[in-house]
Write a protein that binds this ligand. Structure first.
Ligand code: AMP
Length: 281
């Protein structure tokens, strides 16, 4: 695996390949790689002549008081995992390479950035859009691989690609879970043993609700019942639980079989925020 740390190195190594017509796939990550990331990387590797992973803990998508400083950084371990998968290139620039000066421009994803994750993390999706736009311009991949685990992020980035006419195909890969249902996340290491035991309930609630909804139960009533159950959990704080459409993420109270929809949830276990989602069709 070739490690690229600067934009100049990317231009020197990747642009000749691009010119020669090689098809390139890119998997963006913030590192601390787990099986969820690896499944995206395996799909990317299988689909493309050249596979590129990036590791960059992007400061602009973290708000004040969030975990930018303490976000897990395990670069040596990550490099070994990527090499084992025979990933061709790793781009892992430092912050100064990507943000050499204060931002003079912003990308604002309008309405979608004001709801759900956007409402709780103001500015988060602006930071995500900025870093994805920069990396797309630097790496110039043909395909971009994202995980459904971060559903709203996939919708925001789909909008970014369409709105700014990026010639890039987006592939959304399924969420990888522990055997008990907990979605893999780099932040799961923050959970203490009791919280780790509680955490699989999140997926259990989503699965139960999906079943209820497909069995034609009243959607607002079914959601409210589980919201109350979550609010009664010791040490758990519910931020949101909703059924939303897959385009604008607007709440849905009646199923429409032509429309993709998702149960979305965010809870805090102590200081750790966990998000998850489940498609209903
Ligand atoms: P992150 O390093 O958290 O920014 O994640 C990098 C990519 O991996 C994003 O597209 C995530 O949606 C995806 N990802 C994170 N966790 C999982 C998971 N459990 N299953 C599948 N993809 C995931």
């Amino acid at each position: 695996m070739v490690i690229l740390k600067t934009i100049a190195e990317v231009r020197e190594r990747l642009y000749p390949l691009k010119k020669s017509g090689a098809r390139m796939g890119w998997v963006p990550t913030m590192g601390a790689l787990h099986e969820g990331h690896l499944s995206l990387l395996q799909t990317c590797k299988a689909d493309n002549e050249i596979s590129i992973a990036s590791i960059f803990v992007n400061p602009t998508q973290f708000g004040p008081g969030e975990d930018f400083e303490k976000y897990p950084r395990q670069l040596e371990n990550d490099k070994a995992l990527l090499s084992n998968l025979s990933i061709d290139y790793l781009f892992c620039p430092n912050v100064g390479e990507i943000y050499p000066q204060e931002n003079r421009y912003s990308i604002i994803p309008n309405k979608i950035e004001t709801i759900w994750e956007g409402a709780i993390r103001p500015g988060h999706f602006q930071g995500v859009c900025l870093v994805i736009a920069k990396f797309l311009n630097i790496l110039q991949p043909d395909k971009l691989y994202l995980g459904q685990k971060d559903l709203q992020q996939t919708i925001v980035i789909k909008g970014l690609l369409e709105s700014l006419n990026y010639p890039v195909s987006l592939i959304v890969c399924p969420t990888k879970r522990e055997t008990d249902g907990l979605a893999l996340s780099s932040r799961n290491i923050y959970l203490n043993p009791e919280q780790r035991q509680q955490a699989p309930k999140i997926f259990a609630w989503l699965s139960y609700l999906k079943e209820q909804i497909l069995n034609n139960q009243n959607i607002p009533t079914a959601l409210e019942k589980i919201r109350i159950e979550i609010q009664n959990q010791e040490g758990m704080e519910l931020e949101y639980l909703e059924l939303v459409d897959g385009v604008g993420m607007n709440p849905i109270s009646i199923l429409n079989s032509n429309q993709l929809c998702y149960l979305i949830i965010a809870v805090k276990l102590g200081k750790t925020r966990l998000i998850d989602n489940l498609s209903v069709f």
